[in-house]
Design a protein around this ligand. Structure first.
Ligand SMILES: [Mn+2]
Length: 193
């Protein structure tokens, strides 16, 4: 199992005590699963939706991302709902599989280019237009950046960013592009090559 290097910044919107954004990184035998959730709105109800989503993932982290996101959609019925991004890294197969709903942004920084998966429209627990997955070439050493809309996506990362320290880079991006009025979460994951 490869070494995982991670960095993240997470904090609630100004005036809130709990953060509605949350994440999970699960290291399986042959894959790494990364999930970032943004519970709709702020505060306790948003945090409850994210907790329900992450609990659903923890019960069955080995499910294919498409099945997992649909299971979460069912589980979140009756909550305030969530936007979320599910990323499965399979270094041996050389692939990254992404399934997402709503505006949680993921990017994969590789040696050649930056890949930006396109999430589906909708809200988990309420309505989703169509569940889809996208698959991208992936190898250990690539940098995965996932963040909620509490961090503006108006930043550019070049292939050289793969060599940055994930925690330092996460802090810098959140500092420069964070929005005080929304919960913020930015997560960076890299498998040691
Ligand atoms: Mn948000």
């Amino acid at each position: 199992m490869a070494d995982l290097i991670q960095g993240h910044v997470r904090h609630p919107a100004v005036g809130e005590l709990v953060c509605g954004d949350g994440h999970l990184v699960y290291q399986g035998d042959t894959f790494v699963l990364v999930v970032v959730s943004d519970g709709l709105g702020h505060g306790v109800s948003a945090s409850d939706a994210t907790k329900a989503l992450l609990a659903c993932v923890e019960e069955q982290p080995g499910l294919p991302p498409l099945d997992l996101i649909q299971a979460c959609h069912q589980r979140l019925k009756g909550t305030c709902g969530a936007a979320a991004s599910f990323v499965r890294l399979e270094a041996e197969q050389g692939t990254m599989i992404h399934a997402g709903v709503g505006n949680v942004e993921a990017r994969l920084i590789t040696s050649g280019k930056v890949q930006r998966p396109c999430p589906a429209y909708g809200v988990l627990g309420e309505r989703v237009r169509k569940f889809t997955t996208e698959t991208f070439p992936y190898q250990a050493g690539d940098l995965l950046v996932v963040h909620t809309d509490g961090i503006s996506d108006r930043f550019e990362l070049k292939p050289e960013a793969r060599h940055r320290d994930p925690q330092a880079l996460a802090r810098q991006l959140a500092h420069e592009h964070g929005k005080d009025y929304d919960d913020q979460l930015l997560l960076i994951v890299k498998e040691a090559p």
